[in-house]
Design a protein around this ligand. Structure first.
Ligand SMILES: Nc1ncnc2c1ncn2[C@@H]1O[C@H](COP(=O)(O)OP(=O)(O)OP(=O)(O)O)[C@@H](O)[C@H]1O
Ligand SMILES: [Mg+2]
Length: 281
């Protein structure tokens, strides 16, 4: 596939739609402004009913350029990694956005792009907005379920890599307890083993607790971390780290590089029957 020769084409990497149920070209036509959730130079997110039955959310990364396109083709597209990580979560019963399709292509108005289609979760808002607006669960008791979901995610070997309140969706209802959904796994890394109690889990938790304490100053996260499965010593270590933790671009890139190497080494160890090598904190 050579996207620069095929303006207006989409090549589907994986799809769970019945073949012929819609034209793939429909997918990268952004509908009216009302459907847009996010509109930035490089990223577009919008709602779309596919085949008029499936309510979906489409995320597009665009203007990637030929060099990036080849690099991603070699190392897997970002949307492919997100699609596969979400499939792992979905099959383990972890609440998340259900992946339906990923693909890449080019179009005159977008240049080279990648898209990920997920099933729309009705009646949700992201946790950051909900906490800011005061409509989300602000007491630790209501957030316990979120830490159950994070534990389950780590138990099936997924490191999220951007576990921030804005990447968690929450259903809001006056009567019922909130349900949390993990989304935006573009930075996720899939390990062949449980990563709970590893340095990967430590950084995911650090990022989440840092985000929550910024939005809810004074919140006591001990109950949440204990629900996740941390003992008193690990909770104390995480709290100490939180005092000086800053999520810089350098740190994020360094961790991503380091964890990708560990995932690779762990996979090879497993393949060669040497057992798994876990980086435990
Ligand atoms: N499956 C879904 N169901 C409902 N809404 C969704 C779904 N997936 C994404 N959204 C909406 O789209 C927004 C952006 O999604 P996502 O975080 O995946 O993209 P992003 O480009 O990383 O955006 P941001 O930089 O704001 O995190 C979410 O905050 C949410 O409002
Ligand atoms: Mg996001």
């Amino acid at each position: 596939m050579q996207p620069w020769h095929n303006p207006g084409r989409l090549s589907v990497g994986a799809s769970r739609f019945a073949s012929g149920s819609f034209h793939t070209e429909e997918l990268f036509i952004v509908p009216d402004a009302k459907a847009l959730i996010k509109s930035e130079k490089r990223t577009l997110v919008w709602r779309k009913a596919i085949g008029d039955i499936e309510a979906t959310v489409i995320k597009m990364y665009r203007h990637r350029g030929i060099v990036n396109w080849h690099r991603e083709r070699l190392f897997n597209f970002r949307v492919q990694r997100e699609y596969e990580a979400l499939r792992v979560l979905e099959s383990a019963g972890v609440p998340c956005s259900v992946p339906l399709l990923w693909g890449c292509g080019s179009a005159a108005e977008h240049g080279c792009f990648e898209i990920l289609v997920t099933r729309e979760i009705p009646g949700v808002t992201n946790l950051k907005e909900a906490l800011r607006a005061g409509t989300a669960p602000a007491v630790p008791d209501d957030l316990l379920m979120l830490f159950d979901a994070v534990r389950q995610m780590h138990q099936c070997g997924i490191y999220h890599g951007a576990l921030l309140p804005k990447n968690i969706l929450v259903t809001l209802g006056p009567q019922r307890r909130p349900t949390f959904y993990l989304i935006d796994l573009i930075k996720a890394i899939h390990f062949p083993n449980n990563v709970q109690r590893t340095v990967m889990a430590h950084y995911d938790l650090l990022s989440l607790v840092h985000g929550l304490t910024n939005l809810l100053p004074g919140i006591n996260c001990d109950a949440l971390l204990s629900r996740y499965g941390l003992g008193q010593t690990a909770i104390r270590e995480l709290r100490d780290h939180l005092v000086w933790y800053r999520s810089t671009r350098y740190l994020r890139n360094r961790l991503a590089f380091q964890f990708k190497i560990w995932a690779l080494v762990t996979r090879w160890h497993k393949r060669l029957g040497l057992g798994t090598r876990e980086k435990v904190v």
